[in-house]
Design a protein around this ligand. Structure first.
Ligand code: NDP
Length: 293
């Protein structure tokens, strides 16, 4: 296991830092995953919609690590919501990954305009949990209103809500709601990649406050952001396809930010989301077929 794990509300241990593989092309995914596992990662975050689950599975097998040494997290896409479709979507993902059991399975997005289908998909996750096909279940991009409804209408509290969190977009009210319900905040775009690859004007990597703190520790801005997540109790899943950055993003267990530094990073929040508004996600705009295994 990685140097730091977080105990989820159902007792399962999650390695706090995982490798993300969104936008990692299938032909470099196997090598990226293998490299991450070689330098010490023990957690990979993929999704049916990323189109690279098969290559993630190949990378894990090539690492030579035992199945139970690597935490595998994936997400069901909205096109597979509904009870039976979601059960089948598990078979597709597990089949591509080449495993019998997943460590963590999430609903990738709420479907606000078809929330009953979202709830039915979550009930399928509960069934998979009860049957031991997954060790933990959760959600992603759920806003407070979606979480409240899910909690009211289903039985198993999601152990994780994976949401956009980086210094420029922190969603503190949602994070507080997570704490109330024992839900772990898992940060996507944890080093603010979305402020960079979407061509925004202000990139977290160039932020003067982050660079100053980084200089004080002999670390990079990315490492400071990852440390900020860890010290504030979040899991983070930075993505890179470059071996040097994969290693850099995992080299965050040998320094500690001060309270003043944490507060200074907290103050960078702009309240501006990089990703799509969860309310705007519809099947018409975002639906697409997820291939069979
Ligand atoms: P990240 O914050 O992880 O940033 C990744 C970007 O930054 C890439 O362009 C990468 O390029 C670059 N990068 C990586 N490491 C460094 C570094 N040390 N210094 C400078 N640049 C660096 O953003 P992502 O949006 O990729 O989010 C991470 C993961 O979160 C995804 O891979 C996915 O698993 C998950 N995610 C989930 C979403 C959801 O809806 N649930 C939405 C978006 C992401 P390069 O590869 O060339 O190094």
């Amino acid at each position: 296991m990685s140097p730091l794990t977080i105990t989820l509300s159902n007792g399962v241990e999650l390695p706090a830092i995982g490798l993300g593989v969104f936008q990692t092309p299938p032909d470099v995914t196997t090598a990226s995953v293998e490299e991450a596992l070689r330098v010490g990662y023990r957690h990979i975050d993929t999704a049916a919609a990323y189109g690279n689950e098969r290559e993630v599975g190949d990378g894990i097998r090539r690492s030579g690590l035992a199945r139970d040494e690597v935490f595998i997290e994936t997400k069901l896409w909205i096109s597979d919501y509904g009870y039976d479709s979601a059960l089948h979507a598990f078979d597709k993902s597990a089949g591509k990954l080449g495993v019998d059991q997943l460590d963590l399975l999430l609903l990738h997005q709420p479907l606000p305009s078809a929330f009953d289908r979202t709830l039915d998909a979550y009930r399928a996750l509960e069934k998979l949990l009860a049957d031991g096909r997954v060790r933990a279940i959760g959600v992603s991009n759920f806003m407070p209103e979606h979480l409240e409804r899910l909690l009211a209408e289903t039985s198993a509290v999601p152990v994780v809500n994976q949401i956009e969190v980086h210094p420029y977009f922190q969603q503190t009210a949602l994070q507080r709601l997570h704490v109330q319900h024992g839900i772990l905040t898992q940060a996507w775009s944890p080093i603010g990649g979305i402020t960079s690859y979407r061509g925004g004007e202000k990139r977290t990597f160039d932020d003067p406050v982050l660079l100053e703190i980084a200089g004080q520790h002999g670390k990079s801005a990315a490492q400071v952001m990852l440390r900020w997540h860890l010290q504030e109790g979040r899991s983070a899943i930075p993505k890179s396809i470059k071996p040097a950055r994969i290693a850099e993003n995992f080299d965050v267990f040998d320094f500690e930010l001060t309270t003043e530094q944490l507060v200074a990073i907290d103050a960078l929040d702009t309240g501006v989301r990089g990703g799509p508004e969860p309310e705007s996600i519809t099947l018409e705009a975002y639906g697409r077929e997820i291939p069979e295994a």
